[in-house]
Write a protein that binds this ligand. Structure first.
Ligand code: NAP
Length: 312
């Protein structure tokens, strides 16, 4: 079968690190064009300054991957749907739940495929954790998601603007895994957001979760953006049955009682594009808002703390 032609919109860090190289080796997709305000192309493919220019010049391209920051995603996705495209969206999907609800309804009304990518949704270690928790019950959860903003978002001022999510931009990746593995719904009970005094989004977030369970598990998360010793992307669980589970390295390694039982290479974007191909075959959308809802609730309930100014 001929490969599907796809255009990548927004040629920033994640497009260059993941989308473009993964499309290059994909069996399902080939790059048709890029849209880049800075005029960045790839492998000699056509480059357009705006999505509208792409849609006018290459109307035969019916797939786009939107890799911009979330603040402009709603507008860009609507424009793509209006132009008759099926759409893959980077995470976080939008800056508000109401925008996401609108996109889901709009895609449905136009009979287009809308795919929301979330972090580590297709990892073996994550699936295994979900199965164990479903069978053995959850006694406690502790999420630690710490990394360096200077390393992972170099010079990206949008992360510090309203709607930029701050440290919840990576933190929502942990919540993507958390909401996938938990056998029951979880809610934010309280949160503490620490803001550099010169920024509009938090650099550190602590969240306490609750559930509707009679036997309340203890559940909390800590996100921090000033960790310079390397990435700490772990989620630790105690089961009611008495075992300790630890998802490490962003959900690619699972330890049970300190012994590694799953260790798989991270092929996150390979799996994302494979999933998109299946959705297109089935003409089916896939969007779920649970990680975004938890972040929104953490902001709604957040107690503010001021911290040192942040400079790159
Ligand atoms: P980035 O390096 O800042 O790239 C975003 C690109 O979008 C820019 O380089 C720019 O590309 C384009 N753009 C168009 N309008 C823009 C505007 N108004 N403001 C800023 N950029 C604009 O950011 P990134 O790290 O690639 O992140 C992009 C998205 O991917 C974010 O939502 C982020 O959370 C997500 N992401 C996901 C993961 C993951 O683990 N799944 C990892 C990293 C990032 P042009 O100059 O080409 O127009």
């Amino acid at each position: 079968m001929a490969k599907r032609k796809i255009a990548v919109i927004g040629v920033g860090k994640i497009a260059q690190d993941q989308h473009l190289p993964v499309i290059d080796k994909s069996e399902d997709f080939e790059l048709a064009a890029t849209v880049s305000t800075r005029g960045l192309g790839h492998n000699g493919k056509p480059v357009f300054k705006t999505p509208a220019e792409l849609y006018a010049a290459m109307p035969e391209i019916d797939l786009v991957a939107i890799c911009t920051p979330p603040g402009i995603r709603h507008q860009y996705v609507r424009e793509a749907l209006d132009a008759g495209k099926d759409v893959m969206m980077e995470k976080p999907p939008t800056t508000t739940i109401s925008e996401l609800d609108d996109l889901v309804a709009y895609a449905k009304s136009l009979d287009r495929v809308l795919f929301q990518t979330w972090h580590s949704q297709y990892n073996l270690a994550v699936d295994r954790t979900r199965d164990i928790l479903a069978a053995d019950g959850v006694k406690s959860v502790r999420i630690d998601w710490r990394e360096s903003v200077r390393k992972w978002h170099p010079g990206q001022d949008w992360v510090w603007e309203p709607g930029g999510f701050g440290v919840c931009d990576p933190g929502i990746n942990a919540l993507s895994i958390f909401t996938k593995v938990m056998p029951f719904p979880v809610f934010v009970q309280s949160s503490k957001l620490t803001f550099p005094v010169n920024k509009q989004t938090p650099v550190d977030v602590e969240i306490v979760f609750k559930s509707g369970q009679i036997h309340q598990p203890t559940m909390s998360a800590g996100f921090n953006w000033l960790e310079e010793s390397g990435e700490i992307w772990t989620i630790a669980f105690e089961t009611v049955a008495g075992d300790s589970l630890k998802l490490e390295k962003g959900g690619t390694v699972l330890r049970v009682n300190d012994e590694i039982i799953v260790e798989a290479p991270s092929e996150e974007y390979e799996r994302i594009y494979e999933r998109f191909a299946v959705l297109l075959d089935n003409h089916e959308s896939d969007v779920h808002a649970a990680p975004l809802r938890l972040v929104a609730d953490a902001f709604l309930l957040g107690a503010r703390v001021n911290a040192e100014p942040f400079e790159w």
